[in-house]
Ligand binder design. Structure first.
Ligand code: SAM
Length: 438
């Protein structure tokens, strides 16, 4: 009997009992988000929890400390809504155990007592990650071996390494003698939405970080103009188009579930297919049709990138994106592709512009061997675009700066702008984001 048959043969009574236990009691989840964007993540969680699609009455206590968001006493229905609706979250982990553990023997005893069948089954391959901080009694390798021995019989196999194809990951987080065991309901991180191909050497920004930058910018503009709505989106250095696709998803309320990627949740015995179908239907209804009709006549999107490879990759992503848009009753999006240097484009005739910028740096800089020169020229180009607008429009934007020098070079040449800077971490690198409104 193969793994799938074994799973299908799982006793109906067992599955019923699992669902009753998981859905009949309130749960705890640990939420992961892009480092530096806690305010965006918290805000998005609150918006979803305040406007649930599930008919159940909402409960849940959201707490935040030490870069960690925990939600306690939350019903599984709302956890799944967060999983399939949120754009800025990276992972949602269902907490299996939380409490004190005094040494390896105690750790083993606790792990042996847990109902692993609720979360694991023979159709899943699993990765184990141990994170032990300030805990003398716990050695990560030893803990991994103990946990692996205990759960081995519940899964198809346990994998490790960067290129493994696990269904999901089981986490054991230890801080001193406090232990939290949790399992990812996403499996593949949530920023892997399913519309983007791989483009080597383009340094694409992670989708979750990209939408966080966009949302922060839309918050920032409210301080100066609460009704600012861009008529034109200009995206220089557009690469694979991450900023454009993430903006469009938010604009049309296109929930990530509609990209039809798989979630680890769907492989678990606790998965309720009817509830998932209901959420899928709700997501479809929620795409904003009226707004789309209005926008199609007004929102102009320009993608600017001189690279042939980047443009091919962008167009492939656009095709996937548009086919999913169409499948959900939305009109395909038209985007003007400008295969040129941003610094050379014509800057006339736009109005109320949104410009998100992620210029190349390091090895990707190519022609601009001096990054300060590039950042200074970008600022000058933005001035030119801002001052040649029609109808006294405004420009809202942000630029990712890899260091202090590029950041100050950009600011020095930007004219008459209101600005605000924040930091976030991308691939271990500290990025300064300068937001501007002219
Ligand atoms: C850091 S990446 C941007 C990645 C993009 N945010 C994404 O998610 O794919 C740099 C991109 O800028 C493009 N580029 C380099 N110089 C440019 C220029 N002067 N004008 C417009 N695009 C440029 C490169 O071809 C490359 O695709």
């Amino acid at each position: 009997m193969n793994a799938k048959e074994k799973l299908l043969n799982s006793n109906d009574e067992t599955i019923k009992r699992i669902k009753k236990n998981i859905y009949g009691t309130l749960q705890t989840v640990k939420i992961i988000y892009p480092p530096g964007f806690s305010s965006v993540a918290l805000n998005e969680i609150q918006v979803i929890l305040d406007n649930p699609w599930s008919p159940k009455k909402m409960v849940g206590e959201v707490t935040f400390n030490n870069n960690e968001i925990i939600i306690r006493n939350i019903h599984m229905f709302f956890i799944i809504e967060l999983l399939i609706r949120s754009q800025s979250l990276t992972d949602i982990r269902l907490v299996i155990f939380q409490g004190k553990t005094r040494g390896q023997f105690d750790f083993k005893k606790k792990c042996l007592s847990l109902p692993w069948k609720y979360y694991l089954n023979k159709a899943m391959s699993l990765k184990i990650k141990i994170n032990s901080i300030a805990s003398k009694a716990f050695h990560e390798t030893a803990l991994k071996a103990i946990l692996g021995d205990i759960i081995e019989e519940h899964v198809a196999n346990i994998v490790s390494g960067e290129n493994s194809h696990e269904t999901t990951t089981l986490y054991a987080d230890l801080y001193k003698d406090k232990l939290m065991l949790s399992i990812s309901l996403a499996g593949e991180p949530l920023y892997k939405r399913g519309y983007r191909g791989i483009l080597k050497a383009s340094a694409p920004l992670r989708e979750d970080a990209a939408i966080c930058c966009i949302k922060k910018s839309l918050e920032f503009v409210k301080k100066f103009q609460s009704d600012f709505i861009p008529n034109t989106m200009i995206v220089p250095f557009s690469g694979t188009g991450t900023f454009i696709f993430e903006y469009l998803q938010a604009y049309f309320h296109f929930s990530p579930i509609l990209f039809e990627r798989e979630y680890a949740l769907q492989k678990m015995l606790l998965f309720r297919a009817e509830h998932f179908k209901f959420l899928f239907k709700k997501a479809k209804e929620n795409c904003c049709l009226q707004k789309q009709i209005d926008t199609h006549s007004t929102l102009q999107i320009l993608s600017i990138d001189p690279s042939e490879k980047a443009n091919i990759s962008f167009l492939e992503n656009l095709t996937t994106f548009n086919s999913l848009f169409k499948k959900n009753g939305l009109e395909p999006i038209h985007i003007t592709l400008i295969k040129d240097d941003f610094l050379k484009i014509n800057s006339n005739n736009y109005e109320n512009i949104f410009i998100p910028l992620n210029p190349p740096y390091g090895l990707r800089l190519k022609n601009y061997s001096n990054p300060l020169f590039l950042y200074q020229n970008i600022a000058k180009k933005i001035n030119e675009i801002a001052f040649s607008q029609k109808n006294n429009g405004h420009v809202l934007g942000f630029i990712l700066c890899p260091n202090k020098e590029t950041w100050s070079s950009f600011l020095k040449y930007l004219k008459q702008a209101k600005t605000e800077t924040y930091h976030f971490t991308q691939g271990g690198k500290d990025i300064r984001v300068c937001q501007f409104y002219i």
